[in-house]
Design a binder for this molecule. Sequence first.
Ligand code: NAP
Length: 347
Amino acid sequence: MIRVAIIGASGYTGAESIRIILRHSEAELVYLTALPEECGAVGDVFPQFKGRCDLAIEPLDLDKLSGTADVALCCLPHKVSMGFVPKLLTAGLKVIDFSADYRLKDVKVYEEFYEVKHTDTANLARAVFGLPELLRRQIKDAELVANPGCYPTGALLAIAPLLREGLIKTDSIIVNAVTGVSGAGKNPSSKFHFPNMNENLFAYGIGSHRHMPEMEQIAGEIAGTDVQILFQPHVGPFDRGILSTVYCQPVCHSERSEESHGEKVGSEQLLRLYNDFYSAEPFVQIHKDAPAVKDVAGTNYCHIFVTCVKGRIVCFSAIDNLVKGASGQAIQNMNIIFGLDEKLGLL
Ligand SMILES: NC(=O)c1ccc[n+]([C@@H]2O[C@H](COP(=O)([O-])OP(=O)(O)OC[C@H]3O[C@@H](n4cnc5c(N)ncnc54)[C@H](OP(=O)(O)O)[C@@H]3O)[C@@H](O)[C@H]2O)c1
C-alpha cells in the first residue's frame, strides 16, 4: 500500500483527496495535518467521513511524518506551500503540490504575478508540471510534481492537439472560462460569499489572472514556440466545475508546414484529430456536442468538443475543478509515480 499524508487536509482539496484515497485499493491515508484550530477527528471535521476514517487531523509534526508516509499531497495555498515542500522532500517523501509555487519556471514571472519572493528556487527547478496527458514520462520519475491549476488543466487539454499539430496562430488564443465557487477555497471573500454569489455571474481577474502565464508557459512547450493567451475567468453560482470555451484562429494554408499538405481544417477533421490524440487517455473524452459541468461533477474526466465556426476553431472543455482540476489529477499523478494503474481510486 502507498502511504499517503495530506498536508492542509481541512480545506476543500484536502477533503476531496481524503474522499478519493478512501476508495483507492492500493493507497491508504496515514497522516492528515492542518492548522491547530482546524484539527480533530476526521469524522468531526468532515461528518461525511464518519465511520470511514479513524484518523485525526493533527498539526504537522515532521519527525512523525518521516518514515510514516511515502507521499505528501500538499493542499496548501500558494506562497504558504513553498515553506513546507522543502521539509517534506527532506523527510524523504515524494510531494505533489497543489499550489502554484512550483508551476512557473520563470521566477520573475512568479514574483510578478504572486507579488512575493520565491524562497525555494532549487526545488522549483526540478519540479515537473503534473498534466499526465502531456508529461506522463517526466511525472513518472519526479520527486516533486507541481499539480496544474484548475483553469490551465481545462484550457490546455482543450487546445493541446491544435498546438502540437501547429494548426492555430499562437497569438490568437482566447480562453473564456466559468468556474464554480469551490475554486476559491473554503474561506470566501465578500465577492464570493453566498448573498453576492447566489443567482449571480461575473468576470474577475481581468487581464491579470495568475493562471494566464501558467497556460502560456505550458502551451509554449507544447507548440515549441511562444504562445500568447488572452484568458478571461468568470465565476458562477454553482459548487464545482469549470467550463472553458477557447477561440483560435487557424493558420492560413500558406503558413502551414509541408507535412500539413495545406488541407482546409474542418469540424470532422478536427474531431478525428482529437479522437486520435487522446485515444489512449483514460480521462479525456471527445464528445459530439458541447460539454456541461454537471456531466463531469465528482469525476476525473475532461469532456471536450471541438468545431469550426465562421473560420475560427472553437474548443470546449468541462472538468470538475476539485477532481481533474486538483485532487483527482494529483492522485492520477501519484498512481503514475508509484507505477500503479493510473485509474485506481478515480473510476
Ligand atoms: N479549490 C480548487 O478548485 C483548487 C483547484 C486547483 C488547485 N487548488 C489549489 O489547491 C490549494 C488548496 O486549495 P483549497 O481550495 O483546498 O483551499 P482551502 O479550502 O482554503 O484549504 C487550504 C488549506 O490550507 C490550510 N492553510 C491555510 N493557510 C495555512 C498556513 N499558513 N499554514 C498551514 N496551513 C494553512 C487551510 O487551513 P484552515 O482549514 O485552517 O484554513 C486549509 O487546510 C491552493 O493552493 C489552491 O490554489 C485549488
